[in-house]
Design a protein around this ligand. Structure first.
Ligand SMILES: Nc1ncnc2c1ncn2[C@@H]1O[C@H](COP(=O)(O)OP(=O)(O)OP(=O)(O)O)[C@@H](O)[C@H]1O
Length: 307
């Protein structure tokens, strides 16, 4: 990093349900040793974009670091629309779906090294009904699950697990999705339609083996039925997903409609129930710090069936 000697650290105090005092101190101490001053901003949950933009203008940091989950990363990505800055990620959410797709290290010291290091990777972002999406959104049963999870007191993967049982029984699946893309109209029945820029959900499930974060495209994945065996297989790297279970369309833009409103989530945040979702690859790119040996191609293989 060129030594302009200042970075701005945006911290979400509630993400992942753990106290961030230790994280903040570790970042400050480690970067003080490199003669870098750390300005800290703790998110409030409202008017954060304005406040962070103001701090960037005031301090002119050489990099923005973020400690939070996917929602917080999305927040700072929106800020970065107006600035030419790279983003360093310290995963501190309950699921960290985006960080998982970037193969960031597990321990904080290594994460700080990567987040302030020289190697960056520029990724596409998606626009869904005008909202930014960094990795995976969906209509259907997973969004329904997130909605229930938001109303529970349990954070973390175990929360998802516990909430899944009532969801499976209450949902009106399979849903009927109409997808208009590439001049075609596809009508598909499924329990879940995912819109994926990346490969993996926050749980680590590798639902989109063909996903590339930087190819100017995204995948629409239609999960036809609930199969516990196939779902478990998504947890295994390079597993072969059965085409009776999932179909994929790789596109640059699409319009998805359903007869009745279906639960919809973007990057793990429940948005509401929607009958129509218009998706395109956005003009905005995001430059993120990654480890020196990060190889986006390593996550890829060609398993799911293309339509
Ligand atoms: N000070 C705050 N008090 C209450 N809520 C906050 C505060 N700061 C941010 N938030 C809320 O935190 C949410 C984003 O959390 P984030 O997604 O980063 O963490 P998470 O849900 O634990 O992680 P993940 O998305 O990886 O599961 C947003 O809804 C935002 O409004």
């Amino acid at each position: 990093m060129e030594p302009k000697n200042k970075i701005l650290l945006v911290v979400n105090p509630i993400s992942g349900n753990f106290d961030k005092a230790n994280l903040i101190n570790t970042v400050k101490t480690k970067l003080a040793n490199k003669n870098i001053l750390v300005e800290v901003y703790e998110t409030k949950g409202h008017e954060d974009i304005k406040a962070i933009s103001k701090l960037i203008n005031q301090h002119q940091p050489e990099r923005l670091l973020v400690a939070g989950g996917d929602g917080t990363i999305q927040l700072v990505a929106k800020v970065l629309k107006d600035f030419d800055l790279s983003l360093g990620i310290l995963p501190a959410g309950s699921a960290n779906g985006f960080a998982i797709n970037l193969n960031l290290p597990d321990n904080l010291n290594d994460q700080i090294e990567v987040a302030t290091g020289e190697t960056t990777f520029t990724i596409d972002t998606l626009e869904l009904n005008g909202e930014m999406c960094l990795h995976i959104s969906d209509l259907g049963i997973n969004a329904e699950l997130i909605r229930l999870y938001e109303h529970s007191n349990i954070r973390g993967k175990f929360g998802y697990f516990l909430q899944s049982f009532p969801t499976l029984f209450k949902s009106n699946y399979p849903y009927k999705f109409t997808i208009e893309a590439k001049g075609h109209k596809y009508v598909k029945k499924g329990v879940l339609l995912a819109i994926a820029n990346a490969n993996k959900f926050g749980t680590g499930a590798n639902i989109n083996p063909n996903g590339k974060l930087d190819d100017g495209k995204f995948e629409i994945l239609i999960f036809k039925r609930l199969s516990i065996f196939q779902i478990l297989k998504t947890l295994i790297k390079n597993s072969q997903l059965n085409s009776n279970f999932v179909e994929a369309i790789s596109v640059e833009e699409a319009t998805i409609t359903c007869k009745n409103p279906v639960a919809f989530q973007i990057d793990g945040e429940f948005i509401g129930k929607r009958k129509k979702v218009v998706v395109k690859v956005s003009d905005q790119k995001l430059r993120v710090a990654v480890s020196k040996n990060f190889n986006p191609a390593l996550n890829r293989n060609n398993n799911s069936e293309k339509i």
